[in-house]
Design a protein around this ligand. Structure first.
Ligand SMILES: [Zn+2]
Ligand SMILES: [Zn+2]
Length: 164
C-alpha cells in the first residue's frame, strides 16, 4: 500500500479522538497504535478483562463522509462459565464506520470499546468438555473427582424415594 508522506509524522492521539480537520487536511490517514491499559481495562465485566490491545486504522474521505476501517487485536482473560478458571485468549475484531465530515471529533475509542464489549462471551468454556466444579465441595472436577453424591433433581427420583 502507498504511504502518504503528509501523515508520516502524525502523532496518533492516545485516546483515539481524532480531529476531523486533521484527517481532511491529510487526505485520509493510516495508522496504528498500542492502547493504554486505562482505556481497555474496564471494557469487560469482572473478572474478565482485556490485558493488551492495539488498533490499526484506515481513514478515507468520500464526499461528505469519512470512512473508517479498523482492526483491534490483543489478549484477554475470560472466565470459564463452568470451572471459573481465567483463560488467556488472543482476539481480533474488525470494525467499519462512517462519520460526517462536519463532526469536530471522530471518537474511535468509543467505537473500539463498543466493538470489544459486544464480543464478550459470558458462556465461554475453557474447553468444550469442561467438567466444572462440584457444587457441594468446590472441587475442580477437571483436576480430580470427589466423593460427593450427585444431586438428582429429577421429580421422578423424589417419587421413587416416597414409594419405596
Ligand atoms: Zn472450565
Ligand atoms: Zn464434591
Amino acid at each position: 500500500m502507498q504511504e502518504n508522506s503528509f501523515y508520516r509524522d502524525y502523532d496518533v492521539p492516545q485516546d483515539l479522538r481524532f480531529k476531523t480537520t486533521d484527517i481532511i487536511h491529510m487526505g485520509g490517514l493510516q495508522c496504528s497504535c498500542q492502547l493504554n491499559k486505562k482505556y481497555i481495562s474496564d471494557i469487560l465485566s469482572e473478572p474478565n478483562r482485556i490485558t493488551q490491545a492495539s488498533v490499526e486504522l484506515s481513514f478515507s474521505i468520500a464526499n461528505q463522509e469519512i470512512l473508517v476501517q479498523g482492526k483491534v487485536t490483543g489478549q484477554r482473560e475470560i472466565q470459564c462459565a463452568r470451572c471459573l478458571k481465567l483463560v488467556k485468549q488472543p482476539f481480533g475484531e474488525e470494525f467499519f464506520e462512517t462519520y460526517s465530515n462536519k463532526l469536530e471529533i471522530i471518537d474511535i475509542m468509543f467505537l473500539v470499546r463498543q466493538t470489544l464489549a459486544l464480543t464478550e462471551d459470558i458462556r465461554f468454556l475453557c474447553k468444550p468438555d469442561c467438567r466444572g466444579i462440584c457444587p457441594m465441595c468446590g472441587q475442580d472436577l477437571n483436576v480430580a473427582s470427589c466423593n460427593c453424591q450427585p444431586v438428582n433433581l429429577s421429580p421422578f427420583a423424589v417419587l421413587k424415594g416416597k414409594f419405596k
